[in-house]
Unconditional design. Structure first.
Length: 390
């Protein structure tokens, strides 16, 4: 499998659906200042007076490490998508196209920082040392997360949209009272930015000067709803109304995401309060494997963003700077295939989910309707065994 290709994994519209292309939406770039960008889509290094110092000492080895992180994260994501399609997982939320935002911000954190993810932060989990196989147990339905949050300071995935920002704010308020110099980072998407929990988090974090970074991955589509239908201003500008700074960064530029997140975390540790970082990126695939983005997105939009691929961008820079060679890429390709094989074997070794667990805690004291539904489901399951016996 080619680990750098986004086009290969993105569904294309068939000839039968092209006639309805006019009904599909192309997300518009919202007005506002230019993105913070340190690497252009062509892999050219550009200077920034504010953020250059946060990556000034980065070594060729560290750059190769960022590239390796993104490639392996994409390979894991591709394997998980395949496993879901083959019936091994119930659902999967792909991060395809968002690797730079996650790896850049994840590598900006310190070991003593605490991370509150949503359900798509597979790259951040990788940076925090969470075994990729552990991420898949929840999507298979055999556990509620699969890792101890306090081992890696990485909370369990949160399915309820936006609620983790309140948890992060409360935790940040707590460590501030304890006098710790660590920071908290909370991840959420553009869709979650419309949730009341996020607004409440902004209010409390500002009033209590909490050491928290709100990292919004604006991939421009909240399932089928474009960002332009949720807000009249760029998302990062919302921070102004709550009294703390916001910044928009090129979410496909791993160096810029690294630098801006380091800056925001430094502010938090220095007692300067919260920051909103909007990583302007693009969801190359479906919202989840239950979604078909060709129903609401134009092909032309996706093709334009393929040219901004975060992995290809850094590879161009590495090659132009003579920071790597063909041997590095060959070794990484072999490592990525080994990772895919390991993840596949780990998932297939997991037990099947308990099909009846959903009925166990619907009511504390039981309920006649739930009992009836359980019996109906049991009969349905038994019908498959009867068919196999024929």
């Amino acid at each position: 499998m080619t680990v750098e290709s986004t086009a290969a994994r993105t569904p294309r519209r068939s000839a039968s659906t092209k006639s309805t292309a006019g009904k599909r939406t192309t997300a518009k770039k919202q007005p506002g200042p230019e993105l913070v960008q340190l690497l252009t889509p062509e892999g050219k290094r550009v200077k920034d007076a504010t953020y250059d110092k946060y990556v000034a000492g980065i070594t060729p080895e560290e750059l190769r490490g960022l590239y390796r992180d993104m490639v392996l994260t994409r390979r894991f994501d591709a394997e998980a998508t395949s496993l879901q399609r083959q019936g091994e997982l119930g659902l999967w939320a792909s991060l395809l196209g968002q690797e730079a935002a996650q790896i850049g911000s994840g590598r900006a954190t310190r070991e003593d920082d605490y991370v509150f993810p949503t359900y798509r932060e597979h790259g951040v989990a990788w940076c925090r040392g969470v075994d990729p196989s552990n991420l898949l147990g929840m999507f298979r339905g055999v556990n509620n997360g699969g890792w101890d949050p306090n081992t890696n300071n990485f909370q369990l995935y949160t399915i309820v949209i936006g609620s983790q920002t309140l948890h992060a704010t409360g935790y940040a308020m707590g460590i501030a009272k304890d006098g710790a110099d660590s920071a908290v980072i909370a991840y959420f998407g553009d869709g979650a930015s419309s949730q009341g929990d996020v607004a409440e988090s902004f209010t409390f974090s500002a009033v209590y000067n909490a050491p928290v970074v709100f990292f919004c991955q604006n991939n421009q589509w909240a399932i089928s709803e474009p960002t332009e239908k949720q807000t009249r201003v760029p998302l990062y500008q919302r921070a102004q109304g709550f009294g703390f700074p916001g910044v928009r960064v090129d979410g496909n530029d791993v160096l810029a995401c690294l630098a801006v997140t380091k800056w925001a975390l430094e502010r938090a540790r220095n007692g300067e309060g919260p920051t909103l970082v909007e990583a302007y990126t693009y969801r190359m695939g479906a919202h989840t494997t239950s979604d078909d983005p060709t129903k609401y997105r134009a092909d032309e939009e996706r093709v334009a963003w393929e040219a901004k691929d975060p992995i290809l961008r850094l590879r161009r820079y590495l090659e132009a700077s003579n920071h790597t060679d063909d041997g590095f890429f060959a070794e990484l390709e072999a490592e990525s295939e080994a990772l895919g094989k390991r993840v596949r074997e780990a998932v297939r070794a997991m037990p099947d989910p308990d099909h009846f667990a959903i009925f166990e805690h619907a009511y504390a004291d039981g309920h006649a309707l739930v009992d009836e539904e359980r019996a109906q489901f049991a009969a349905y399951q038994a019908s498959f065994a009867a068919e196999e016996g024929v």
